[in-house]
Design a protein around this ligand. Structure first.
Ligand code: ADP
Length: 461
């Protein structure tokens, strides 16, 4: 039997349901801008939390001295030191190290985990030398990037709401994570102190801003997704007492929770229902790396079961959630061989199915459909943020060069995704305005960004 024929209508319907023509993008961008506004008006006012970062002073380039950064966001933590030489000398040197967190500590107590981190940091600090030097009598200061949900209470404190990403550490939820780390360092007699607690998107914005004054927005597209931007204090009604000397601050949108106007399919709804957080993080589940492969898998499984996409070979393995990951989808889309042999071998290796060339072509079209929707919706989200900023400060965004700093493995490694994102931005803004909007990859800016924020918020002024 010819698979291409029976699968045709399923593919047509998928493309139709995932379509992101200009009016859909425009509607989504408008909804993003409106949701940002309601989230700034009152806490709980919209899907978007619009969290205050308490970052009031952005890096200027004048920062001087030795600063540390600690990044805890997954199964590894990263430590970094940077020697800053002010306007003249800039970044004099950086050094970093990665330490993997033993599995049992992810299920242990808060004290055990923070003791382990403090000890890793201590060992790293002991090896300081060469171009790195500390003014005597000073404590070493740390910018702490902590990529779990935190209710920030000041630039150097924040309460852990809950652990995610497989962590189940007891005794941290409800506590100030900075105090947890400071106490662990004290227990070990380590003369170091956290001066800034930062979200990774906020760190990326600060890091990118050090090199380029036109950076106004930062977006993370990796396993998950988030965005932050520079906001005017007087455009934040929910903020009552907090004052900023600069009149501006960084707002962490937590845009993964956005949900309006997205073209969703039965595959998205079924996947969402099977997640640990159904009904939440809908935008993230449509555009980020953790989910794109899984959506493709669900489509292919249906095509195999109902349309015999892989002929007689059983798609049984394809019914395991997350067997197809986004990097696999990406690899299949890079296959430019005539008989799509890379696609064939990936399908064979991961799903144990045999495929002919016409089936492989359909598989690539499915990948492209899901990735195109993801990239274009991410682009519309960016335009939504820029639009909101422009509405409040006419000409300050579209009337001059404005940079959006991008980071994360999905953006970094998926060329088609990147192109679809840029296409959507250009379509939405038109060729004139979009000339002023520069979307730029800034690799690993968040580490240096966190160290810069420690410098900007140093206890030594
Ligand atoms: P994280 O977001 O987990 O902190 P990264 O920013 O490095 O870390 O992003 C990792 C994610 O990027 C992976 O989960 C995957 O979804 C995506 N990714 C990594 N490599 C590729 C690739 N080659 N092609 C497409 N996506 C990739």
């Amino acid at each position: 039997r010819s698979s291409a024929i029976s699968v045709g209508p399923l593919l047509t319907k998928l493309k139709h349901d995932c379509a992101t023509p200009l009016p859909v993008l425009r509607h989504m961008a408008d909804a993003m801008a409106a949701d940002m506004r309601s989230g700034l008006a009152i806490d709980g006012g919209s899907d978007l939390k619009m969290i205050l970062s308490y970052v009031d002073s952005l890096p200027t380039g004048n920062e001087k001295g030795l600063f540390y950064a600690l990044d805890l966001g997954g199964t590894n933590f990263r430590v970094l030191r940077v020697q800053l030489g002010g306007k003249e000398e800039g970044v004099i040197a950086t050094e970093s190290e990665q330490v993997s967190i033993p599995q049992d500590l992810m299920f242990g107590t808060s004290e055990e985990l923070f003791n382990f981190i403090a000890s890793g940091l201590g060992k790293f600090a002991q090896r300081e030398g060469g171009k790195f030097s500390m003014q005597s009598g000073r404590k070493r200061e740390i910018g702490f990037t902590f990529s779990f949900p935190v209710r920030q209470t000041s630039i150097d404190s924040g309460i852990l709401i809950k652990w995610t990403k497989g962590f189940a550490v007891s005794g941290t939820a409800g506590r100030d994570v900075v105090a947890c780390l400071n106490e662990a360092m004290e227990r070990q007699g380590l003369e170091m102190q956290v001066s800034a607690l930062v979200n990774d998107a906020v760190g990326t914005l600060a890091g990118a801003r050090y090199w380029d004054d036109d950076v106004m927005v930062a977006v993370i597209l990796g396993t998950g997704t988030n965005a932050c931007y520079i906001e005017r204090m007087d455009a934040i009604p929910k903020l009552q007492s907090h004052v900023s000397s600069s009149g501006r601050t960084i707002i962490n949108t937590e845009w993964g929770a956005f949900s309006k106007g997205l073209p969703l399919t039965v595959f998205d709804r079924d996947m969402d229902a099977a997640t640990i957080n159904p009904g939440e993080q809908i935008f993230e589940k449509t555009i980020s790396g953790m989910y794109l492969g899984e959506i493709v898998r669900r489509v292919l499984l249906k095509m195999a079961e109902e349309g015999a996409l892989f002929g007689d070979s059983s798609p049984e393995k394809l019914s395991t959630p997350f067997v197809l990951r986004t990097p696999d989808v990406c690899a299949m889309q890079q296959d430019d061989s005539e008989d799509l042999k890379v696609v064939g071998s990936i399908l064979h290796d991961l799903a144990s199915v045999e495929s002919n060339v016409s089936a492989r072509k359909i598989v690539v079209e499915v990948c492209d459909t899901i990735v195109k929707r993801g990239g274009r919706l991410a682009g519309a989200g960016i335009v939504g943020i820029l639009q909101k900023m422009e509405e409040d400060s006419k000409g300050l965004i579209f009337g001059k060069r404005t940079v959006v700093a991008m980071d994360g493995g999905l953006y970094e490694h998926y060329p088609q995704y990147r192109r679809y994102l840029q296409d959507a931005v250009t379509e939405l803004l038109g060729s004139e305005l979009s000339k002023n909007v520069v979307i730029e990859h800034t690799k690993d800016g968040s580490g240096i960004g966190a160290a810069l924020l420690a410098a900007a918020n140093s206890m030594y002024g």
